[in-house]
Design a protein around this ligand. Structure first.
Ligand code: UDX
Length: 461
């Protein structure tokens, strides 16, 4: 490529690692920095610390151009651009925690030895880039101080915003084939450097101010969260008035002003972004004396939606005490082992509290779930509330002898279970499907008592 740059990336989570690897894949020299020694050692051995399609292959293909290290000093010292991809977790009040960003900014100020562009990729509240810039200026050594050679005197560090829109499970593809790259800069030089970095990607670039770039990210994520919550709201109404949300969404999706994507009703959105970013934007509004009512509505609907099936089942069964409950899918969506804000995390504790014996299946999310809910092998290992939990290797194993089944994630392995299998395997074929993966009629035909989201229920008995 015409202008390969020396790039450092701080943080090797989904955002940092995927961006770093993709920039190397497009010809730049990339150093990925993380404080976690265990993670760095894994990556040095070619192992990705996150489960993400194509990522390890790209790590391998571009190994000549990527270095993994905990030594931020050597990484930042000579970098022409430093991308910040560390986390901005949600705080109890809904605001974003910027302490990791602040730490990296300070480390940058204390180590860089030549002009460089700091690019904030993490999702940050509007105005954060300004703060990062000020912070770096504050921490740059002044003339004479810790700086015998006087090197720092003329160093110019600029800060730019470059939000990331990748989704988990399709992160590599989302990055290499992004519909647009958003760059937010306050200077021509910063804009040109970012354009140079993204030139080899061959994607449309939208260049705006830093604050607008920061807002594009939140406004986009929150719009999608709103779109889902809207469909969930309409789905609940569909059930009451005898309409079918899937038919409704197909009908709506043909209107290109609405678009056919993200119209799937279900048991609510989870993941690391929508729940956090809706709350963060609501908080930002509040801080500025404004009430963001639309986003607040999305948050409220989502909270209720996550337990809509649990409530329905509880009404039908009266109690879960002593029942064998099959749980199919733990991850917040297929293609990832991530459990953040997953509906399973709301529902499983409720079931356990009620004395259910849960048999949970997920093709990749079990290890993470086990950390929060260790397996109850025998009585002596202790129960969770009144209930117990076991992890099984297949949907069939979970369904064997079950009194009721909940579907929380639309994994291919779950979709592959044929309607008649529920009848064959379960003690009572009672299924609550949070992802609308079956056709209501098919379930009815074989005799499954089937409840889903926003559609007719099939009760044959
Ligand atoms: C999302 C955004 O898509 C991405 O652009 C942003 O950078 C980060 O947040 P991600 O959280 O990885 O990505 O997953 P996504 O596929 O968007 O799904 C989010 C949640 O919405 C999931 O829980 C999913 O089940 C739910 N969802 C999605 C629906 O309930 N209905 C839909 O139609 C689409």
């Amino acid at each position: 490529i015409p202008h390969p740059l020396n790039i450092a990336v701080a943080g090797t989570g989904y955002v940092g690692l995927v961006s770093g690897v993709c920039m190397a894949h497009r010809g730049h020299h990339v150093t990925c920095v993380d404080v976690d020694v265990k993670k760095v050692t894994m990556m040095q051995q070619g192992i990705s610390p996150i489960y993400e399609q194509d990522l390890e292959e790209l790590m391998y293909l571009n190994k000549e151009r990527i270095t993994y290290t905990t030594d931020y000093k050597s990484a930042y010292k000579n970098a022409e651009a430093i991308f910040i991809g560390v986390g901005t977790p949600e705080q109890p009040d809904g605001s974003a925690d910027l302490s990791y960003i602040a730490t990296v900014a300070r480390q940058i100020a204390e180590t860089v030895e030549k002009d460089c562009l700091v690019v904030v990729k993490s999702t940050v509240p509007v105005g954060t880039n300004d703060k990062v810039e000020q912070f770096i200026k504050d921490f740059l050594p002044r003339d004479g101080e810790n700086d015998i050679l006087g090197k720092h005197k003329q160093i110019k560090i600029e800060v730019a915003s470059n939000p990331e829109f990748l989704a988990q499970g399709t992160a590599v593809r989302d990055t290499l084939e992004a519909p647009r790259i958003i760059i937010g800069t306050n200077s021509k030089t910063a804009e040109e450097t970012l354009k140079k970095i993204y030139e080899p990607f061959g994607l449309p670039i939208v260049s705006v101010s830093r604050r607008s770039a920061e807002m594009v990210k939140y406004a986009s994520n929150d719009f999608l969260a709103l779109k889902i919550s809207y469909m969930n709201d309409i789905a609940n109404l569909c059930e009451l008035v005898g309409a079918d949300i899937q038919d409704v969404s197909v009908g709506m999706g043909f209107d290109s002003r609405i678009g056919s994507k993200f119209l799937n009703a279900g048991i609510g959105y989870g993941g690391s972004c929508f729940p956090k970013d809706t709350k963060a934007l609501e908080y930002l509004a509040k801080q500025n004396g404004y009430e963001l009512r639309t986003v607040k509505a999305a948050i409220d609907v989502n909270k209720d939606q996550k337990i809509v099936l649990y409530k329905k089942a509880r009404k039908r069964l009266i109690t879960f005490n002593g029942l064998k409950v099959a749980v199919l899918g733990l991850a917040f969506k297929p293609g990832t082992d991530d459990l953040r804000e997953a509906p399973s995390l709301e529902n499983v504790p409720l079931l356990l509290e009620q004395g259910a014996d849960v048999y949970a299946y997920d093709p990749v999310g079990v290890d993470n779930f086990k950390k929060r809910f260790p397996e109850t092998m025998t009585e002596s290992l202790g129960r969770h509330g009144k209930g117990s939990i076991r992890y099984v290797e297949s949907p069939e194993e979970a369904l064997e002898g079950a009194n009721v089944c909940f579907i929380f994630t639309e994994w291919g392995e779950v979709k592959d279970v044929k309607p008649e299998e529920y009848v064959r395997l379960m003690r009572t074929p009672l299924v609550y499907d949070g992802r609308n993966i079956y056709c209501v009629e098919d379930m009815k035909k074989v005799g499954v008592e089937y409840y889903s989201i926003g559609r007719k229920q099939s009760v044959t008995r």
